[in-house]
Design a protein around this ligand. Structure first.
Ligand code: URP
Ligand code: ZN
Ligand code: ZN
Length: 462
């Protein structure tokens, strides 16, 4: 007695095929052209796409940042993810400077325990290698705990930024272990000078956050970190690539055969300085995230990079802050605006509508960049990322005809605005299964809070 998803089109990175999917317990028992329904609970999926649940590899839930804490905790962040068709997130545990990584691991497990609505994994954001690099051994300890990717920031001096020596040492260690280093690539020290000069010139409004972080500072950092990775013999993954110049650095490295991969985020694909910033008053603070929004001309190259496998993943960098009481901390000084924006709920809708419907990528590639490649790159495949016998039954039944208007009023994320307000999309999750349980039905979360499990990830084969 199982759940039979009947008559839908099952999509993977390789193919889209009409097939039935039988779920037994938490896993997929069978995928076949026709499965006898006798004894099973049938979910009619005629006309629907049957997708592997989305995997968002870049989220910041319940994270202290910019003098406050991101507005979605594990309950609300993962609930919103599920509603949008995402069934796994990889969140960032953040090492406090002067404290071991093992402590951050414990802290983030405590934040998530009893709260997550879908399965989740962790990256470790490394800010300090400790006295005499003593915490380098924590890298091994983290891998043993299922954290097979580490994040470093080349931006945010005196807060999160690490220097090149730390990056190199970390990479020498991850190279030995086969683990991955994820990089926020911006030249933080140069940006800091530009920021101080911008403030000194009297430019304090939120638009100046974007204007003080030119594309060259991102491209330079991508180039530098790839060079350091090459020297260390390490794999590297560039997070939130926001512009053509940075993307070209990834492309050049891949053309040289280096193990370099990268992601972009929905906001860089569909928003821009011209369309979304330059609003009156303090409104632009909603779009203060890092890297910042770029000129519109960057969007087409980023879409092409996704299509051509220069970039492998679409994530969100979901790091939400409310406008009324959090973004407002930076009234009169853009450096005090908490950096980050909400998006975990809308990633699949936006990538599907602007990617597949608008002809920028195939349906199969959409599944690859939103689920299959994330699972492979981050050591979760084939448990996650594919609708196949033996995999976890993490499935989004996707209605390709469903029309939906994104608004803050109807979202589940805990921000008092949406950066995609008024965006109209066609294609949305009708039902979502997480490990065999229907957790979302027509936009409503119907699962239990706390049911999400911590995922022990392997080091990736890619
Ligand atoms: O503005 C952003 N992106 N905030 C979250 C931290 C980061 O840089 O990824
Ligand atoms: Zn970042
Ligand atoms: Zn981030």
């Amino acid at each position: 007695m199982g759940t039979l998803i009947k008559g839908g089109k099952v999509v993977s990175a390789a193919a889209a095929t009409l097939a039935d999917v039988l779920i037994e317990g938490e896993t997929i028992a069978q995928v076949a052209p026709r499965i006898d329904a006798t004894g099973h609970t049938v979910v009619d999926a005629a006309g629907m796409l049957v997708l592997p649940g989305g995997i968002d590899v870049h989220t910041h839930l319940d994270m202290p940042f910019g003098g406050t804490v991101s507005a979605d905790d594990y309950e609300w962040g993962t609930r919103a993810a599920a509603i949008g068709g995402t069934t796994t997130v990889i969140d960032f545990a953040l090492q406090s400077m002067g404290r071991p990584m093992t402590e951050a691991f414990k802290t983030w497990r405590a934040k998530s325990e009893g709260k997550a609505c879908i399965d989740y994994a962790l990256h470790m954001a490394v800010t300090d290698l400790g006295p005499n690099d003593s915490w380098l051994d924590d890298v091994d300890a983290m891998v043993a705990e299922g954290i097979s990717s580490f994040k470093i920031f080349m931006a945010y001096p005196n807060v999160l930024m690490v220097n090149d020596a730390t990056i190199f040492k970390l990479m020498q260690r991850t190279a030995k272990l086969g683990a991955l280093v994820c990089v926020h690539a911006e030249n933080g020290t140069v940006i800091d000078v530009v920021v101080q000069q911008t403030l000194a010139a009297g430019h304090t409004g939120p638009l100046y956050h974007a204007l003080s972080r030119p594309v060259e500072t991102e491209a330079e950092a991508v180039h530098r970190v790839i060079t350091i990775a090459e020297l260390a013999g390490a794999k590297v993954y560039i997070v939130h690539v926001s512009c053509e110049e940075a993307m070209h650095e990834v492309k050049a490295a891949r053309e040289r055969g280096l193990p370099v991969q990268g992601e972009t985020c929905t906001q860089y694909l569909v928003l821009s300085i011209e369309d979304d910033m330059g609003k009156p008053g303090f409104e632009d603070a909603k779009y203060v995230f890092t890297p910042p929004l770029r000129k519109k001309k960057n969007q087409a190259p980023l879409w092409r990079a996704l299509k051509d496998d220069v970039l492998q993943v679409v994530s969100t960098d979901h790091c939400p802050f409310r406008f009324a009481d959090q973004k407002s901390l930076g009234l009169g000084n853009f450096t005090k605006i908490p950096n980050g924006g909400p998006g975990i709920e809308n990633r699949m809708q936006l990538a599907y509508h602007h990617g597949v419907n608008e002809g920028r990528m195939s349906l199969e590639r959409f599944v690859e960049v939103t689920a299959e490649a994330p699972a492979k790159i981050f050591g979760m495949y084939p448990k996650k990322g594919i609708v196949a016998a033996g995999s976890d039954a993490d499935i989004a039944i996707w209605d390709p005809e469903a029309k939906y208007t994104i608004t803050a009023a109807s979202q589940s994320m805990h921000t008092d605005y949406s950066i995609f307000e008024g965006f109209q999309v066609k294609g949305n999750a009708r039902q979502v299964f997480s490990r065999g349980e229907m957790v979302v039905d027509r936009g409503k979360f119907i699962g239990t809070v706390g049911r999400g499990q911590y995922l022990h990830r392997e080091v990736s084969r890619r």
